[in-house]
Design a protein. Structure first.
Lengths: 453, 450
């Protein structure tokens, strides 16, 4: 087979754990190399994914049509009520707007859309060329907010002004403007906000239910099944519980600084991390022992029914090897543990946006011989999948065809999934999906497994 | 309810660079390259993958603030170098975006500089540049711009040959395979551009391929300039924007411009053109296909007669489908497109002269909210178009028959036929079955015989 080489500018972002070999820090937090086919997106994408699930606001993309068209109803983020987030609005800028400016078009678009849909708020995303033609979207937003009497929030997400992470920050910045504007009078002392949970396939409902069973009040979920009024009250919670550290840690830190609300980082994937995220919240309220008792009860009840059902999968999957390439590094940690619990090892682990600490921890967790990558691309992923003889790839839509072409199983762990993978029930779904893909008899025809080409 | 008109809601179009990336995938050993932000390439990959279920690598020059201020020349060059090193392509298809177009990067100039500066490195790929600003037109314009740019870069003057150029428009991989089969049966040498029949619908891999196998070789495209004729599908595609138009101007290769051959009349037109150009009679196999189709029309005519349809998608597809539907007695009460060539109505009228009498309404430059408003008034029996009409279909309880691009919520969009007798047969069967299924479901009796 032809040798696949790694681009010179990429070598520092790849690492293989080997005994007796010096352990350099992996380079990360850099922008993608020109010409490498990064699996990342842009600043706009970062903002759009964070705010997307807020269902009673309109999300208006100020720019040419593409950015809005490609993000129309693409996430599995569901709502229990209004569904404005599933519509796509764009100012659809044309050449004349680029020459003469798009402010007027934005203004009229907003006034009309707000009149038609009566949203609780509007988020206005600026895209690449808005950053170039110099539209003052802050001024337009201010004017419309005044005329319509709802918050109209600019999100400065010009695609080229940083990485996806900067987009997360721009989104959190818009959220910070809402937080603190609602009443907190009725909120219990035993309350939390769930941060970085997007209610994909109803995951936030599953998590919320666990906490509520423990006697904890959930003030706001940011942003899954999100509502503007809940966001406005979020400063009334006692604790912020942060999942998807990549997108929401900044917000948690800001809320800590401004409102003195501490935060903890959790993950809802896999039995171990899911249980820990309930215990950690319970520990935060030591004066109420019943909360910890309730947490234990939730865990024991769930695990009692889950554990036996996992054994069939474990038996089949033991010894199989997985490759993980997802957006945030924190998810990678949980996935490694979850995979181990069903007998699988991890031969490749990577993320689009992990930071130094994430990668240090990843190195610690991984087995000998595991390859760790930051901001990888299809060529590298394929190289390591083949070299390490992985049986499964976990990733998103862009990674899926790589797995299938090479004849291995695939589990979609990105924001388009339609099956909940969080919580205890999510662990069952995860194991089932992995099992169904890895154990399928169709791979016997794959050339890699001896099928004819 | 008063509807917002300034903003585009639920767009019935995509942006210019998407079409260019798809077209570039139809050239052998070619990597599409977007000169813009990382997001454009990633979003477009995601969108194409969800339809074609194939890996599609699109490189990006990955603009940063400095590139936006000082120009993208540096990033473009580094990007081209990296793609050359990692993919070892024969061709790189560079398409611009709103960003690089707005800052006014002189891409042809940068490419010339690049060729000079890097001539001693790894083998220099052929560089093709298509201008595809997202603030103009839609994805179909980018598609044609890339095809034209390819021909412009590669076609050469040469000794006259029997070759026929075929520019098929944005059709499915299955359609492309069918077109190749037809030419092969006619024993007519053809140049098909683009040809993503294999790159976007290929087999499993025994080893990793940097660039999937398939596509039209650059060396073959050189011959386009000495071909004896070009055939180009797409009624709203003007010569000034098309590959065949360029070849006619530059090399005197006559351009034969047809609607996408859907339905019997338009397929006949295509086959009779092939007979004229090749001097061969239509092979028996296609006579059979045509006979079966005529027979099927007879068998199914009652199901479809005067059924009302709303049709939407790229303008050329809408024109061709309108012609087909009218020949089977269906009424496209609305022919809609997000595209805006200004030609949609005129082209439909040419193929369906009694369109006003039939009550065919035409609207271009619309979005799905506009179409839905119309649907509520027109009360069609079903919708025909891509997956993105599903929201409207579900909300208004109108069945949707999926075709074209994108098919994101059904399996096998890339293997669907639309063209010629075979494609028409497939479409006709599906249309009739949609009606039958609807009747069967609506009946309280539950007939097993329909």
């Amino acid at each position: 087979m032809e040798q696949i080489t790694i681009l010179e500018g990429r070598q520092k972002q790849i690492f293989e754990k080997k005994k007796g070999v010096a352990q350099p820090d992996i380079a990360c937090d850099t922008s993608s190399l020109s010409g490498s086919v990064s699996q990342r997106a842009c600043v706009f994408c970062g903002s759009r994914v964070v705010l997307y699930p807020i269902a009673d606001a309109i999300h208006v993309v100020h720019g040419p049509i593409g950015c809005a068209a490609y993000t129309w109803d693409i996430r599995g983020a569901v709502s229990s009520g209004p569904e404005l987030h599933r519509l796509s609005f764009s100012t659809d800028l044309q050449e004349m707007d680029v020459i003469y400016g798009g402010e007027k078009k934005l203004y009229h678009s907003l006034i009309e859309l707000i009149e038609q849909y009566k949203p609780k708020a509007a988020f206005i995303y600026s895209t690449c060329i808005v950053g170039l033609i110099g539209d003052d979207i802050d001024a337009v937003c201010k004017k419309v907010a005044k005329e319509c009497g709802i918050p109209v929030l600019p999100v400065h997400s010009e695609g080229f002004k940083g990485t996806k992470k900067d987009g997360y920050k721009a989104a959190c910045h818009a959220l910070m403007k809402l937080i603190g504007t609602g009443s907190t009078e009725e909120i219990s002392k035993y309350s939390i906000n769930i941060l970085g949970e997007f209610n994909l396939a109803g995951e936030a409902w599953i998590i919320r239910q666990y906490y509520e069973k423990m006697g904890i009040e959930v003030v706001a979920t940011l942003t899954g099944d999100g509502r503007i009024d809940a966001v406005r009250q979020a400063h009334g919670a006692t604790l912020n519980v942060v999942q998807c550290s990549g997108s929401m840690t900044w917000l948690a830190k800001e809320m800590e600084a401004k409102y003195g609300i501490p935060y903890i980082r959790v993950s809802y994937f896999g039995i171990e991390d899911m249980s820990k995220s309930l215990y950690d919240v319970a520990k935060y309220f030591p004066d109420r022992l019943d909360i910890m008792e309730a947490a234990k009860e939730v865990v024991s009840e769930e695990v009692k029914s889950l554990y036996p059902s996992l054994q069939k999968f474990k038996k089949a999957l033991t010894g199989k090897k997985a490759a993980i390439y997802v957006g945030g590094a924190f998810k990678t940690f949980s996935l490694i543990k979850a995979l181990r619990s069903i007998g699988m090892s991890v031969v490749l682990a990577g993320s689009q946006t992990g930071d130094k600490n994430d990668y240090a921890r990843l190195k610690e967790m991984c087995d000998e011989g595991t390859v760790i990558v930051d901001d990888s691309n299809p060529v590298e992923l394929s190289k390591f999948i083949l070299e390490k003889e992985a049986d499964l790839l976990i990733g998103g839509v862009k990674e899926r065809p790589i797995a299938f072409k090479l004849g291995i199983g695939f589990c979609d762990h990105n924001h388009e999934r339609k099956i909940p993978l969080a919580g205890f029930v999510g662990m069952y779904n995860f194991a089932l999906e992995v099992y169904q893909s890895v154990m399928s008899p169709v791979w016997q025809f794959a050339p890699r497994k001896g099928g004819t080409l | 309810m008063k509807h917002a008109k300034t903003a585009t809601q639920n767009a019935c179009k995509l942006c210019n660079p998407l079409g260019a990336c798809l077209a570039f995938r139809g050239i052998e050993n070619c990597v599409p390259f977007l000169h813009g932000s990382q997001g454009c390439a990633t979003y477009i990959r995601r969108y194409l993958i969800s339809h074609y279920k194939e890996p599609i690598d699109i490189a990006s020059s990955n603009f940063h603030e400095e590139s936006a201020v000082f120009g993208g020349s540096h990033n473009l060059k580094i990007g081209l170098k990296n793609v050359s090193d990692q993919y070892k392509p024969e061709v790189i298809g560079v398409a611009t975006t709103c960003l690089s177009e707005t800052i006014g990067d002189d891409v042809p100039g940068i490419l010339r500089e690049y060729k000079k500066e890097f001539k001693n490195g790894s083998p220099m790929p052929i560089l093709i540049h298509a201008s595809t600003p997202s603030y103009q037109g839609s994805h179909i314009d980018g598609f044609h711009a890339a095809v034209r740019a390819t021909v412009k870069t590669l076609a050469e003057k040469g000794e006259a040959q029997e070759l026929i150029n075929l520019f098929p428009n944005m059709v499915s991989p299955a359609d492309l395979r069918y077109l190749k089969e037809i030419f092969s049966d006619f024993k007519a040498p053809m140049l098909l551009l683009p040809d993503y029949s294999q790159t976007m619908d290929g087999g499993p891999w025994g080893e990793y391929h940097r660039i999937p196998p398939g596509g039209t070789p650059a060396s073959a495209i050189a011959g386009a300039g000495s071909a004896k004729a070009s055939i180009e599908f797409g009624s709203t595609l003007e010569a000034a924007k098309s590959a065949a138009g360029y070849l006619d101007d530059a090399f005197g290769v006559p351009r034969h411009h047809l609607s996408l051959p859907i339905g019997i009349k338009e397929s006949d037109r295509f086959f009779s053109l092939l007979e004229t150009l090749t001097g061969h009679a239509r092979p028996e196999k296609y006579d059979d296909e045509r006979r079966r189709l005529v027979d099927a029309y007879a068998d199914g005519h009652k199901y479809v007669f005067e059924k009302k349809v709303i049709l939407y998608g790229e303008e050329d597809l809408v024109v061709a489908m309108t012609a087909f539907l009218s020949e089977i007695g269906m009424t496209p009460v609305l022919c809609a497109s997000g595209g805006k060539s200004g030609l949609l109505k005129r082209r439909i009228n040419e193929l369906v002269p009694n369109m006003d009498e039939l009550g065919i309404k035409v609207r271009e430059g619309v979005d799905f909210v506009d179409i839905e408003d119309e649907a509520q008034v027109l009360q069609p029996d079903f919708l025909i178009g891509n997956s993105k009409g599903y929201t409207m279909s579900r909300k208004n309880n109108i069945p949707l028959l999926r075709l074209g691009f994108p098919i994101h919520d059904r399996f096998g969009g890339q293997r669907m036929h639309h063209l010629g007798y075979r494609g028409t047969q497939e479409l006709f069967d599906r249309i009739v079955n949609t009606v039958i299924e609807q009747r069967q479901n609506a009946s309280s009796i539950g007939y097993t015989y329909m």
